[in-house]
Design a protein around this ligand. Sequence first.
Ligand SMILES: Cc1cc2nc3c(=O)[nH]c(=O)nc-3n(C[C@H](O)[C@H](O)[C@H](O)COP(=O)(O)O)c2cc1C
Length: 391
Amino acid sequence: MAKTLIVYYSRKGSNWYENGIKHLEKGNTEIAAELLRKAVGGDIFEIDTVKPYADDYYACCREAEKECRSDARPAIKGFVDSISGYDLIFVCYPCWIETVPMCVFTFLEHYDLTGKLIAPLCTNEGSGMGRSEKDLRRVCAGAQMLPGLAVRGCRAASSGERIAEWAGKYVKQISIKQEAPEMIEKISVNTQSSVHIAAQQSIYFDPLQLPSEPHDADIIFITHEHGDHFSEADVKKAAKADTVYVIPAGMKGALEKAGAAEDKIVALAAGDKTEVLGVPVEAVAAYNPAKPFHPLANGWLGYIVTLEGKRIYVSGDMDATPEAKAVKCDIAVIPVGGMFTMNPQEAAELINEIKPEYAVPTHYGTIVGKPTDGADFAKLVDGSVKVKLVL
Ligand SMILES: Cc1cc2nc3c(=O)[nH]c(=O)nc-3n(C[C@H](O)[C@H](O)[C@H](O)COP(=O)(O)O)c2cc1C
C-alpha cells in the first residue's frame, strides 16, 4: 500500500477569484491536490459534505462563519477505510474565514493520528495559511505537523513546481525514515544518565564523561543541577555555536555561566509544552515525593521529546510520581539505581503502569546502584514492554 495519502476538500461554484467573483467549474484546491498527486503519487481522497454549501459565495461565507463560530463538525459522506498504513498525510483545503473548513476537521477527528506526519496545503485569496496550521495542530492530536504551503487560489493551476518542491522533501523524509534504523537504535547512554539521541537532530540529555568532544549538539537538555547531570565541561564538549539549551527555569544563570547565549536558552517549568528546532518538547516534573534529594519546589524536569513520530520520555532523577504515571510515551529512559531515584522494583512498577514500547534503564552501576540493577529491572518488567540495556 502507498505510504502517502492526499486528502482534500474543495468547493466548485461561485467564489472570490483574484479581484472579483467567478464561477469555478473545478475548485482551486482540487486543482492543487491533483498537481500534488502528480508530483508525489500515493492515494487521494476527496471530502464531500452530506449537506452541500450554498453555491453563492456570500451565502457560503455566512454558512462557513456560522460553522466556524460554533466549532461545528458537519457530516461528511465517507471516510478512508483505514489510515494506519499511511506515514505522511497531505491535507489540502481552501482557507475559509482564516482557517480550515470545519468538514476537514470532521474527517481528521475520525482517526487516531498519533505519529503521523501531516503536511497542510491551503489555497486562499490573500490570507495565506491564516490560523489554519494552529487549528490543525489542535485537531491532529499526537501527529507531527510539517510546515504548510499556501497557494493563491487563482494561481493554483500554475503552482505545480512549487507544490512538487514543497511536497518532495517530505516524501524524501519518509523514505529515509523507512530505510533508517528504529528510533530505539539511535539512543545511547555512555554513563549514568548521559543520553544521546542521534536522530535528524543530535540531541543530548545531561551529558557526562563524554569520551570525546563531538561539538555536534543541536539541542542539549539538562534535567537538574546535580554534578552528575549538569557537567559544564561535558556541555562544552557537546556544544557547537548554535546549540539550543533546554533547562529548568532556575538554571538559566548556570547555563549562561557555562557559555550559553541567552537567546539559545529555552527555560521551562513542569507542564510546559513547546517546540525546539521543530522538535515537540514537554516538560514533566522530576522529583522525590518522600526523599530530600530532588524537591518538587526546585522545578527540576524530565522531558518528553517527539522524534520521527516516537515520544521519548527522559525522566531525570525522580520516583514514581503521579506526573510520571500520567506520561504516555513509546520509549521511557528512566533511573533504576535506587537511593536518589527509583530502585529496580519501583521502576518496573512504573513501567508496567505506563507501558511504553521500550524501557531503557539508566543511573546505576557507577555513582549509585549495582551493575546488575538494569538486568534486575528487566526481569520485573511485563513481557509486553521491551527492555534495552545500554549501560
Ligand atoms: C466560505 C469562504 C470563505 C473564504 N474565506 C477566505 C479567507 O478567510 N481568506 C482568504 O484568503 N480566502 C478566503 N476564501 C477564498 C478561498 O480560500 C479561495 O478562493 C480558495 O482557493 C477556494 O478553494 P476551492 O475552490 O478549492 O474551494 C473563502 C472562500 C469561501 C467560499
